[in-house]
Design a protein around this ligand. Structure first.
Ligand code: ATP
Length: 349
């Protein structure tokens, strides 16, 4: 299916550097060989303080109309907007690519090119637990078939696009009922994809193997909390916790994506907000993921690579040791992208 000529998307504005990230995304969108129409929704703390329900209702109407949303960082105050959106949109899977960034200092020289596909619900995160008297506490850990199926399906579909295998990771030898169910569902899905290799790893062993040989892993599908640990571990390996983007998905009964929201990993950076200093790389990667998801695969991939090209060529903002402001960096990305889209490779940088 070829994508429509005009891409329409919901754009969820937040707080702090949100408007500067949005300006960078719009600048890149203007330079693309396609039309992009943004439908803004105000999710700032100011709006939420006076009309929280109205702001979330607007967000829901917009994402249901256009199917996709780009979200910028929001302040967590009375409520966590991310949690509210996840529940309202029934997001059950998070996709977090973690890829080495040229020029960003790391503690080791292995190349990471990993896609973490994480169940976004359940695990140990739904139940804060309770005290039993003064000397003990207990919490319930939940694994459900439906989100396990959706995560596995997403992982294998992604593997088909990338031409690689899928690793599932959990503690199935110890958590036999819960992680046993997760692995059982992944195995059932794997049988539908006989050409895609699948192996199951114990999660602790996976971490060791990943640190020792990151090149051996491309897609890891895992329950909620393990995905959380794995994401930060992998980000530490590439030298940056804030430089990345993630996608949240909801699905129909056949495992097809119905709604998708893309957001940069970092926070609202109130200390530098409004000064034109923030690094828009993660927001641009989020936009690149959205483009790929909506069928503009070549353009999205070019944008993702162009951000890497710009950083690798030393065009960096202050957080990466450079001297460029948000917009100067964005211009460097636009140059790198037009070089890629016209087949000039990195020639212009
Ligand atoms: P929040 O409560 O929204 O998470 P925070 O300040 O506690 O805000 P971050 O927003 O992640 O947490 O910021 C942590 C540090 O990283 C700050 O010094 C901030 O300036 C910096 N930072 C975060 N995002 C960016 C960015 N996009 N560009 C440059 N620096 C950033």
């Amino acid at each position: 299916m070829s994508p429509a000529e005009t891409l329409e998307l919901a754009e969820f504005h937040g707080d702090g550097i949100s408007s500067e990230l949005s300006a960078a995304v719009h600048r890149v969108a203007e330079s693309l060989p396609m039309d992009v129409v943004f439908h803004p929704v105000d999710l700032s703390l100011e709006r939420r303080s006076s009309d929280a329900e109205g702001s979330y209702r607007d967000a829901e109407a917009a994402i249901r109309k256009f199917g996709v949303a780009l979200k910028y960082p929001t302040i967590t105050d009375l409520e966590s907007p991310n949690k509210v959106l996840r529940e309202r949109f029934d997001f059950s899977v998070i996709h977090r690519p973690v890829t080495s960034i040229p020029g960003v200092k790391t503690r080791f020289d292995g190349k990471v090119d990993l896609h973490i596909v994480r169940i976004a619900v359940g695990g140990t995160y739904e139940d804060a637990g309770r005290r039993i008297g003064t000397e003990a506490a207990v919490s319930v850990r939940v694994i459900e078939r439906r989100p396990s199926f959706q995560a596995a399906k997403f992982a294998f579909n992604l593997a088909g696009k990338l031409g690689c295998g899928v690793t599932s990771a959990s503690k199935y030898t110890i958590q036999r009922a819960t992680d046993g169910l997760f692995e059982e569902v992944v195995e059932e899905v794997a049988e539908q994809y006989p050409d895609i290799p699948h192996n199951a790893e114990l999660f602790d062993a996976l971490l060791a193997k990943l640190v020792m040989g990151p090149e051996d892993f491309r897609i890891v599908v895992t329950p909620n909390e393990y995905g959380d640990f794995l994401s930060d571990t992998a980000c530490g390996m590439i030298g940056s916790i804030g430089l990345g983007a993630s996608a949240s998905y909801s699905f129909d009964d056949d495992g097809r994506v119905t709604l998708a929201m893309f957001d940069p990993a970092g926070g609202t950076a109130p200390d530098i907000a409004g000064q034109g200093l923030c690094n828009p790389a993660a927001a641009l990667w989020a936009f690149g993921m959205l483009l790929e998801h909506t069928g503009y695969r070549a353009i999205g991939a070019a944008l993702n690579d162009a951000v890497r090209d710009a950083i690798g060529a030393g065009h960096t903002t202050g957080d990466l040791g450079g001297s460029l402001g948000t917009m100067a960096f964005t211009e460097a990305v636009c140059d790198a992208m037009s070089a890629r889209l016209t087949g000039g490779g990195k020639a212009k940088l």
